[in-house]
Design a protein around this ligand. Structure first.
Ligand code: ADP
Ligand code: ADP
Length: 226
C-alpha cells in the first residue's frame, strides 16, 4: 500500500489556470519523493494540500489508506520540516525535541526515552543542553528532524529546507538528509526548485510545470531520458 496517494488533485485559486491540475502520484512506504519545478509551478501548493494547510478543489488525498481531504493538519500525523527549522531559541535542544510530546501530554519518562532515542539516532546526544543559537546549521536541521521523528509521524514533508544556506553547507545538509531518511526509512516528500538536489536526493522525482505533472521517474531515468 502506498503511504500517500494523490488522486487527480486539483487546486484552483480564483479563476486563473489551476495552480495544481489533475496530479496523481503514489508515494511508496519509505520512499523519498522529490517535487521539483520552477517557481510558481505548484509544488508548495501540492505539499500544503498533503499537510492540510490548503483545501483541495478536486480529487482525493489518501494517507495511510485513509482519505484525509477534510482532516485538519494536526489529525494527519505528518511532520513538516520548515525552511527556517522553526526552533524555539529559548529552549534547549532537549526541550525543542520534546516539544510535540509535551504538547500531546506524554509522561516525563516517555518524553525522556523518546528524546534520548531520537538524539542518539541524530547524533545530538552531546548537545541536549545547548540552545539552538549555539548550534551549526546542520545541527539545527537535525534538531528539527528530531522533533519530527519523536512523533512517529506517517511521513516527513520538506519545503525547500536548504534554500537559505550557502552552497557548501547545502551540499553537506543534502547528504545528511539523504542518510537520515534512509536510516529512518520514513516516507518523505521534499519540495525544491534545485535540479541538483532533485537528482541526488530522491528515489523518484516528480517534475511539475504550470501545475501539471510532466514526469515521474527515478533520477537515473530522468538523466537518460530528460
Ligand atoms: P511553487 O511552490 O512551485 O513556487 P506555488 O504552489 O507557490 O508554486 O504557486 C503555484 C501558483 O499558485 C502560482 O501561480 C501562485 O501565484 C499561485 N498561488 C499560490 N498560493 C496562492 C494563493 N494563496 N492565492 C492565490 N494564488 C496562489
Ligand atoms: P514560495 O515560492 O517560497 O513558496 P511564494 O512567494 O510563492 O513563496 O508564496 C508565499 C506565500 O504567498 C504563500 O503562502 C502563498 O500561498 C502566497 N501566495 C503566493 N502566490 C500568491 C498569489 N498569487 N496570491 C495570493 N497569495 C499568494
Amino acid at each position: 500500500m502506498a503511504a500517500i496517494e494523490m488522486k487527480n488533485i486539483v487546486k484552483q485559486y480564483g479563476d486563473g489556470f489551476p495552480a495544481v491540475n489533475d496530479v496523481s502520484i503514489d508515494v511508496a512506504d519509505g520512499e523519498f519523493l522529490i517535487l521539483v519545478g520552477p517557481s510558481g509551478c505548484g509544488k508548495s501548493t501540492l505539499l500544503r494540500m498533503i499537510v492540510g494547510l490548503e483545501d483541495i478543489t478536486d480529487g482525493d488525498m489518501i494517507i495511510g489508506g485513509k482519505k484525509v481531504n477534510d482532516l485538519a493538519p494536526r489529525d494527519r500525523n505528518l511532520s513538516m520540516v520548515f525552511q527556517n527549522y522553526a526552533l524555539y531559541p529559548h529552549l534547549t535542544v532537549y526541550e525543542n525535541i520534546a516539544f510535540p510530546l509535551r504538547l500531546a501530554g506524554a509522561s516525563d519518562s516517555e518524553v525522556d526515552k523518546k528524546v534520548r532515542d531520537a538524539s542518539k539516532t541524530l547524533e545530538l546526544d552531546e548537545h541536549l543542553e545547548r540552545k539552538p543559537g549555539n548550534l551549526s546549521g546542520g545541527q539545527r536541521q537535525r534538531v528539527a528532524m528530531g522533533r519530527a521523528i519523536v512523533r512517529d509521524a506517517e511521513a516527513f514533508l520538506f519545503d525547500e529546507p536548504l534554500s537559505n544556506l550557502d552552497a557548501k553547507l547545502r551540499g553537506q545538509m543534502r547528504t545528511e538528509i539523504a542518510r537520515l531518511q534512509k536510516r529512518l526509512g520514513i516516507t518523505t516528500v521534499y519540495v525544491t526548485h534545485d535540479q541538483t538536489e532533485a537528482m541526488t536526493l530522491g528515489d523518484r522525482v516528480a517534475v511539475l510545470k504550470r501545475g501539471v505533472l510532466q514526469q515521474l521517474a527515478t533520477p537515473r531515468e530522468l538523466y537518460e531520458n530528460p
